[in-house]
Design a protein around this ligand. Structure first.
Ligand SMILES: Cc1ncc(COP(=O)(O)O)c(C=O)c1O
Length: 436
């Protein structure tokens, strides 16, 4: 297990991951026996749905629905999954655009399109927003006043969580994994850290060695216990927001894609969906949704940290938590794309990110989508017959802020600047302001 997901918790204290014996269905609620934290969350959700509860309250504070909480109804094709979340927040800018993507070196007869989940927001960009819409609704339903979560030092998930939590007036406590030699120093303000610290997230640093020895579950529990002793009401979100509840975020993304395909001009239909995989929640939702819906596109995941076998098992746990009754190996094809290791890039991969940006205007993050597209094109070059005639949708999961951590490695690849030559004889024509 790599450092990216060592000690991931699948269920933890999440309402949705516990055993469920009933189903929320068609606007009404069928009786179900709830256990543990599932019971707490469900009861809180129910009591807040009465007249004058947070939903009506929200409509007085938000225009156009942004940041508002609403009751959740799953797509008809997902209504047999259980449990179904009761509420969801509107945190992202959805639907995200889909457009054709003329990648360099595409084999003949293969079409690639891109879904821009990197445009799901600015501070709150990328794939984590979709999961947080459900996870934070549960946190609020449980009466939490702060969020505890875990990730790498440049975790996009932790940054998105910190921002979303602040939007909803919750504090955030981030356990960030870093190198042993840096664990006692100020972590700095590069990339995601700048945003996290601006929104007031509390940062606890842990060395990679401590993280590997203790694991994210115990670390999060430890911090939770400390916060409880201080009188706080913490809610734990696992690494990457990848539990069964977070999986609904990408089940919903499939509903969104279905609607976009239907609304589009001409009949765009996708044969394949390709995406990066880091903690497993995104591929769990996409593959389950695509299988259950009419989309039926084959989902291909490129893992940037752990092995495909690890993720087949992990995704199995996530979909079992929704009583899907399906096998992850039928739903998704998972391949290794980690190269040198998690968050480590070869010069070739970085050159590739630059080449794609230059050719198409789309900037890929080197840790996730950069590696996934790099491997996808490699596979297309090596096995063109397997991709011929296919229309592929690549889901760009964001992570642009992480690029700032690579500035030193990227700098030697960028040479396009010069001092402007104006000579001495160019007179000013008009205007006096500094900006003009
Ligand atoms: C930018 C970005 N893309 C993709 C992923 C992978 O998504 P998931 O963790 O759901 O596998 C992550 C997080 O791990 C991420 O931050």
């Amino acid at each position: 297990m790599c450092s990216c997901s060592a000690g991931l918790l699948r269920g933890g204290s999440f309402a949705i991951a516990g055993p469920a014996t009933g189903l929320r269905h068609g606007g009404g609620l069928r009786r179900r026996r709830l256990q543990g934290s599932d019971r707490t969350s469900f009861a809180a959700s129910m009591s807040s749905s009465v007249a004058g509860g947070p939903d009506q309250e929200a409509s007085r504070h938000y225009i156009g629905g942004f940041l508002a909480r609403r009751s959740y109804e799953p797509p008809a094709w997902a209504s047999q999954l259980s449990p179904v979340p009761s509420f969801v927040y509107n945190l992202g800018h959805f639907p995200t655009p889909i457009h054709k993507w003329n990648l360099p070196d595409l084999p003949e007869g293969t079409e690639v399109w891109i879904k821009r989940d990197d445009l799901s927001g600015m501070q709150l960009s990328g794939n984590k927003v979709r999961k947080l819409e459900f996870l934070l609704a549960d946190a609020v339903a449980q009466g939490a006043d702060c969020i505890v979560t875990v990730g790498g030092i440049q975790s996009n998930h932790c940054r998105a969580t910190a921002v979303a939590a602040r939007y909803l007036n919750l504090d955030s406590y981030l356990i960030l994994r870093t190198a042993k030699r840096l664990v006692d120093d100020d972590p700095g303000l590069t990339g995601n850290l700048l945003v996290e610290r601006l929104v007031g997230a509390h940062v606890d640093l842990i060395s990679r060695e401590e993280y590997a020895a203790i694991g994210s579950v115990v670390l999060a529990d430890l911090l939770k216990e400390r916060l409880v002793n201080e009188g706080r009401k913490p809610y734990i979100i696992p690494v990457g927001g990848s539990n069964s509840l977070g999986t609904w975020g990408y089940i919903e993304a499939i509903r969104e894609i279905e609607q976009q395909v239907q609304k589009g001009q001409g009949d765009v239909d996708f044969d394949d969906i390709v995406v990066a995989c880091g903690s497993g929640g995104t591929i769990a939702g996409l593959s389950l949704g695509s299988w259950l819906s009419k989309l039926k596109a084959k989902v291909h995941a490129f893992s940037v940290c752990d092995s495909p076998d690890y993720f087949y098992d992990y995704v199995q746990g996530l979909i079992d938590g929704l009583q899907a009754g399906l096998s992850s190996r039928d739903l998704v094809d998972i391949r290794d794309a980690k190269g040198l290791g998690y968050a480590m890039s070869t010069t070739d991969e970085l050159k590739f990110v630059k080449r794609v940006a230059e050719a198409t205007g789309v900037v890929l993050d080197p840790v996730y989508s950069g590696k996934a597209v790099y491997r996808m094109l490699k596979d297309m070059a090596e096995n063109p017959a397997a991709w011929r005639g296919r229309r592929v949708l690549f889901v760009h999961t964001g992570g642009l802020l992480g690029l700032y951590d690579k500035v030193e490695e990227v700098a030697p690849l960028l040479g396009n600047w010069r001092r402007m030559a104006v000579g001495e004889a160019v007179p000013r024509r008009d205007g006096a302001g500094k900006m003009f």
